[in-house]
Ligand binder design. Structure first.
Ligand code: NAD
Length: 508
């Protein structure tokens, strides 16, 4: 169906792979109708009281306040810097302060002249799309980002349904979040917003109903807030720990979860490299997005001797032909509280280039680990890599896909490549149900076996190589002809999902 301006929606475009695979497996029309739209689309609003802010004066406004006496406030402790250059004015800044205000403007030594902008109530749009639960409870990330929409969350929720089936974990698919730029809010405001989100969505969530996890703009800290809000005051609340995954290991999270998505990406790359007799040691790697997924994939690949040559993120792009020191870059991005946007920009061990030039850097492997729709047809024309390993969800457009195929650049599709996260989320959920704690070695051993087995099944479907090995049986999945790898992954997902409808039937 075409969108308002004649353009196809993201969801409709993404569902083309679904329909292609559904045709190939001759999916029953009723099953297709059951799966092709989400079960539930929840859109709601969350409100929160935000603090007063200090907004820097523009150049032309400053002249009128040149003589304003400096104010002595507890700036270090109580002025919280935001990524847009503003500060949150916590009330404790005023304790023992010596203040001079003129028309609401304050002069803070070493920081400058600021207008005090009054805080107050704000409203944000929130979503939880529950796509399908035939294989198990709804499961999927929570995204805090300024560009969110129903169309995007429907697409990502459906992706989770395919991914949980491919990873063979007993979950369905969901996705949700809040339309907000989290970097422009204080830690306390984000906490309050998260609590309010759970307050509103509480009747949708539960360890056997719908299980959120971190995604772009959220992390283990936010999962902890969610778990507390959901479980506090409940009888037998320890049984409810599995309501969210991606928690800190000290409060019921799993060893290996933080790195799991990046680790899964690397297990897929290892399988690709084994087949192509390609040596990861010395391989040149490009990474887009240096958050949870991108930084973990870069660290693990670097530990295997690969060379990270360039990184692009939302706020900068860097290159170093001799190889970027990954540990130093992780420290610069994630270990430095002054780096408010957690960006690679400003890293001294590499030089800055434009995003446009990033795509054309000569390398072997590209790991897109940022947002969707980045690898367009134009970008795909410029790439000088052999493999695109999709850490992000939906990073390649349809046109990008066609160009990659035509240029014989291999792709490991997102629904298997980044399935490591949800796989270890399942291990976390299992440990929560059993009140157990597994070692990182145990987690990675299971993850490696799961990813590599399902990767091999997809490869067999793509090549129409029906076979039974000691580890797996691809005979029930092959469709009698060769198909592209993205369609092959969808065939595997749909056959596993369809089995539930075919064997269980439909309640009326
Ligand atoms: P994150 O918030 O930790 O990091 C996101 C990164 O993307 C940041 O480095 C940011 O600067 C960069 N970015 C944002 N906008 C960009 C733009 N326009 N251009 C270039 N870079 C941009 O998020 P994450 O958890 O690492 O997720 C990254 C991707 O992986 C997303 O597509 C997410 O859906 C997917 N994913 C994440 C997980 C997980 O376990 N976290 C699991 C599966 C898939």
């Amino acid at each position: 169906m075409a969108g308002r301006n004649g353009k196809k929606s993201l969801f409709d475009e993404a569902m083309e792979t679904f329909h292609r695979a559904a045709d190939l497996i001759k999916m029953s029309p009723r099953v297709r109708l059951e799966i092709e739209e989400p079960d539930f689309e929840h859109i709601f609003y969350v409100t929160v009281d935000i603090r007063d802010r200090l907004v820097p004066l523009d150049e032309h406004e400053r002249a009128a306040f040149r003589d304003l006496a400096p104010s002595d406030v507890k700036a270090g402790e109580a002025l919280e810097p935001l990524a847009n250059g503003w500060f949150i004015l916590h009330r404790r800044a005023l304790l023992e302060a010596d203040l001079t205000l003129k028309k609401g403007v304050i002069n803070i030594p070493k920081k400058g002249l600021f207008r005090i902008e009054k805080g107050g109530a704000r409203k944000f749009k929130a979503y939880r799309i529950q796509h399908n639960q035939v294989r198990g409870p709804y499961k999927g990330g929570i995204r805090y980002h300024k560009d969110c929409s129903l169309d995007l969350f429907k697409t990502l929720a459906a992706d989770m349904t395919w991914k949980t089936a491919i990873a063979e974990v007993p979950f369905g698919g969901a996705k949700g979040g809040i339309r907000i730029d989290p970097f422009n809010y204080s830690r306390e405001e984000i906490e309050h917003l998260t609590l309010r989100y759970v307050y509103k969505a509480k009747n949708l969530m539960g360890p056997f109903l719908d299980i959120p996890a971190p995604d772009v703009g959220t992390n283990g800290e936010i999962m902890a807030f969610m778990m507390r809000q959901f479980t506090d005051g409940e009888r037998e609340h320890h049984k409810l720990r599995g309501v969210v995954t991606g928690k800190d290991v000290r409060i019921g999270g799993s060893e290996g979860r933080v790195k799991a998505t990046g680790q899964g990406v690397v297990y897929c790359i290892e399988e690709w490299a084994r087949e192509k007799q390609f040596d990861i040691k010395g391989a040149r790697v490009l990474v887009q997005g240096f958050g949870n997924v991108g930084s973990a994939a870069a660290e693990i690949l670097a530990a295997q001797g690969a060379k990270l040559v360039a990184v692009n993120d939302a706020d900068g792009t860097i290159v170093n032909e001799a190889g970027i020191d990954v540990a130093a870059l992780v420290q610069h991005v994630h270990g430095n509280p002054a780096n408010l946007r957690r960006t690679v920009a400003g890293f001294t061990g590499a030089k800055a280039i434009s995003k446009d030039d990033f795509w054309a850097v000569d390398a072997d492997i590209l790991v897109p680990a940022a947002l969707g729709e980045e690898i367009t047809g134009t970008v795909a024309e410029r790439l000088k890599v052999r493999l695109v390993a999709e850490g992000a969800n939906g990073p390649t457009t349809q046109e990008g896909d066609r160009v990659l195929q035509a240029r014989k650049i291999d792709v490991i599709p997102d629904i298997i490549c980044n399935a490591g996260g949800v796989t270890v989320s399942y291990y976390e959920w299992l440990q929560n149900q059993r009140l157990e704690h597994w070692t990182e070695g145990e987690v990675n051993r299971r993850l490696e076996a799961a990813i590599k087995k399902n990767y091999a099944l997809i490869r067999d479907i793509a090549r129409n190589r029906a076979q039974r090995t000691p580890l797996y049986d691809s005979r029930p999945y092959c469709v009698g002809k060769e198909v592209d790898v993205r369609t092959a992954a969808m065939v595997l997902a749909l056959k596993r999902i369809e089995a539930h409808y075919l064997l269980e039937g439909f309640s009326q």
